[in-house]
Design a protein around this ligand. Structure first.
Ligand SMILES: *Cc1c(COP(=O)(O)O)cnc(C)c1O
Length: 375
């Protein structure tokens, strides 16, 4: 059986997907290493120590790239968060998270038996996280139990807001609370230097932001946490318990390795991506859409409020699906079917001429349905 992908030659502005598109090298790697357990041909017991293929060397390069003492491969950002939370968890303990956190942060905490206290955002329209608020929430939460970790979403996946990580980390460290930076939307797009930021943990997502097939991710940490998080089995001396002995033991890791040279180069061009995103946002606002989240924006993930589309959806037969259908006709993929009130897009690595096509499409759709708003 073979199943072709419907959206293969579409312009892709899906925030989940723009950073995960494979390089040509990764595509070749995918075929070469697709057979199950083929990366384990010469494994002596731990994935990150495999010399052939050169995984050991890659993991060392990753540690340099992330400015981390120790790095492990995971099956995704969420698994990285879970590994850290589960190993730091204690009975009745708490973690602090920003309220723009991804659902998987809450679920990882739940699975670890941890209580969650939220640092609120500023609400509509910017939904900003104010760094100082971490202090208030830690103070309050300490009265209820031990705070074992703070998680900062950097940036969040709903608005693409980038809080000041250094400031949050400094505040949390004043209370001796270690900090995990959730960099699912940043590692592989922008330069992240964990030790420079003084972050205790960072997690990244290969399929979200590192041009990889998934599921695969990275987890970086400070040396001092290795003895807890990477503690080894009593029975199987070289197996790390929290990693269940071995994580992404297959072709997703090989695509991560294949794209790494490209990823190292592309993070240097992050400023250009931010500029392009801002240009796109300006054009959208000229058409009457409203950018939510931080302004000026600092990330390619953008959330627009689109009340005109919402009004149109009340008048047309396809209802909320009209926008999706119109975009599909124009071979544009990425806006969730059924959404009209607001939607998220990513301009990451999408050439400007393709973005012009997207902007023109929005303009055409508004024009086409203008009459429905007049009746
Ligand atoms: C996508 C995303 C995740 C999940 O990443 P996985 O690698 O699929 O687990 C976690 N956090 C944020 C902020 C995300 O955007």
């Amino acid at each position: 059986m073979f199943i072709p992908r419907q959206t293969k030659d579409f312009i892709n502005i899906d925030p989940l997907q723009t950073g995960g598109i494979l390089t040509e090298d990764a595509k070749r790697m995918l075929l070469e290493w697709g057979d199950g357990y083929s990366v384990c041909d010469f494994c002596e017991g731990s994935l990150h120590d495999i010399k052939n293929p050169p995984i050991k060397d890659f993991v060392q390069q990753l540690a340099e790239f992330l400015d981390c003492d120790i790095v492990r491969i995971t099956t995704g950002a969420r698994e990285g968060k879970f590994v850290v939370m589960h190993s730091l968890a204690k009975k009745d303990a708490w973690i602090i998270v920003d309220s723009n956190a991804h659902y998987s942060t809450f679920i990882a905490a739940e699975r670890s038996g941890l209580n969650v206290a939220e640092v609120p955002n500023s609400g509509y329209p910017e939904f900003k996280i104010y760094e100082e608020k971490f202090a208030d929430v830690i103070e309050e939460t300490k009265k209820k139990g031990e705070v074992v970790l703070a998680v900062l979403t950097y940036p969040d996946g709903n608005y693409g807001n980038l809080p000041n990580a250094e400031k949050v980390i400094k505040i949390c460290h004043e209370y001796e609370v270690p900090v995990l930076l959730n960099c699912a939307y940043s590692i592989g797009r922008m330069e992240i230097k964990a030790n420079e930021l003084d972050a205790d943990f960072v997690v990244g997502s290969g399929h979200k932001s590192m041009a990889s097939a998934g599921p695969v991710g990275v987890l970086g940490m400070k040396e001092e946490f290795a003895k807890i998080v990477l503690r080894k089995s009593e029975r199987f001396k070289n197996k790390e318990i929290e990693l269940l002995g071995c994580t992404a033991r297959g072709v997703p890791l090989m695509t991560l390795m294949a794209s790494f040279p490209h990823v190292k180069e592309r993070v240097k061009r992050w400023n250009e991506e931010v500029e392009k995103a801002r240009w796109f946002a300006d054009k959208m606002e000229e058409m009457g859409f409203k950018l939510l989240g931080e302004k000026p924006h600092n990330h390619d993930l953008m959330h627009f409020e689109s009340l005109q589309f919402y009004e149109i959806s009340k008048k047309v037969k396809a209802r909320g699906y009209f926008l999706y259908k119109e975009l599909k006709k124009r071979k544009i993929h990425g806006i969730k079917p059924g959404r009209t009130k607001s939607f998220k897009v990513s301009t990451y690595m999408v050439p400007k001429d393709k973005l012009e096509i997207v902007l023109n499409a929005f303009e055409e759709i508004l024009e086409k349905y203008k009459h429905t708003l007049e009746s």
